[in-house]
Design a binder for this molecule. Structure first.
Ligand code: ATP
Ligand code: MG
Length: 273
């Protein structure tokens, strides 16, 4: 694969936190070891590819997502981003200003949809905002585009006139998706996007995501504990164990015939659940 076939190339992402080791009776001890949240994690993501990240609790999945959103600085590592519609970027090395422009290519969809919409503004304003911010549309054109996006994710125009607290959880999740799509991203990042939703709603949102991804050739990187969802939705999967990438490959191979003991344990635990 030529380098340009990749939307994102991550190299040696490394991050540790000051660990809080506990002595007797839970008292903090000095000289505590650091916690390795990510250790030399390297991977690629092709344009339009769906990549799942799995691993037990504390294995570094959210740290990885935060690093890719540049929300948590890394100790070391490099992320190259090559959007089809824009210049190649040394993503983590960008200045704040450059990154806020470039953020249109990578959009997050957060787990708590209500909390991630502006509580003081009607939903339509939240959907139009990325269009203003990225200079893609203004005034009535932004409104028209925001309404079209809302419709695409299954929200009635009347719904977009409401405030976030007046929405159902499913509607709020759809609004968050519409807002993420507004600036025309090439990659969506989702950290356990459906874990707050009930099973029926999960299926609707996942199918909507799949349709949108196909229709817009979006790449998706998502974290999930749900191996059925991973099998259904992802092309490839990364397996993390204590911050290290222990296995990676096509979903059918990795989950069907896992090679690493940690992946085997995850698959076994899921089967037994
Ligand atoms: N802000 C922080 N300060 C200190 N340690 C942290 C911080 N954030 C994460 N960690 C530690 O880094 C490691 C990785 O955490 P992370 O949140 O990335 O795991 P995760 O795979 O997302 O887990 P989960 O499945 O429970 O969400 C854990 O040991 C965690 O305790
Ligand atoms: Mg997490």
């Amino acid at each position: 694969m030529s380098p340009s076939a990749h939307l994102l190339v991550a190299r040696e992402l490394t991050k540790s936190y000051a660990g809080v080791a506990r002595g007797s009776f839970g008292a903090p001890r000095s000289g505590a070891a650091r916690v390795d949240a990510l250790v030399d994690v390297s991977f690629e993501l092709a344009h339009g590819e769906r990549l799942a990240v799995v691993g037990e609790s504390g294995s570094g999945k959210s740290t990885l997502v935060k690093a890719l959103l540049a929300l948590a600085p890394l100790d070391r590592g490099r992320v190259e981003l090559a959007p089809r519609a824009g210049p190649r970027l040394d993503w983590l090395a960008l200045s704040k200003r450059e990154r806020s422009h470039a953020r249109r290519w990578i959009q997050p969809v957060f787990q708590a949809p209500m909390e991630s919409l502006n509580p003081r503004r009607p939903v339509l304003a939240s959907l139009a905002e990325p269009l203003f911010v990225h200079g893609l549309a203004r005034g009535s054109e932004a409104e028209t585009r925001a309404l079209a996006l809302a419709q695409r994710v299954g929200l009635e125009p009347e719904t977009t006139a409401r405030f976030p607290h007046e929405l159902s959880l499913g509607q709020a999740q759809r609004a968050c998706l519409a807002r993420a799509l507004a600036p025309g991203p090439e990659l969506l990042l989702l950290d356990e996007p459906t874990s707050a939703l009930d099973v029926g709603l999960q299926a609707q949102i996942v199918d909507l995501l799949a349709e949108l991804a196909r229709e817009r050739s979006l790449a998706i990187l998502f974290v999930s504990h749900d191996l059925d969802l991973v099998r259904y939705f992802a092309d490839r999967v990364l397996v993390l164990e204590r911050g290290r990438l222990v296995e990676a490959g096509p979903v059918e191979r990795v989950l069907g015939a896992p090679e690493h003991p940690h992946t085997r344990a995850l698959v076994r635990a899921w089967g037994a659940a």
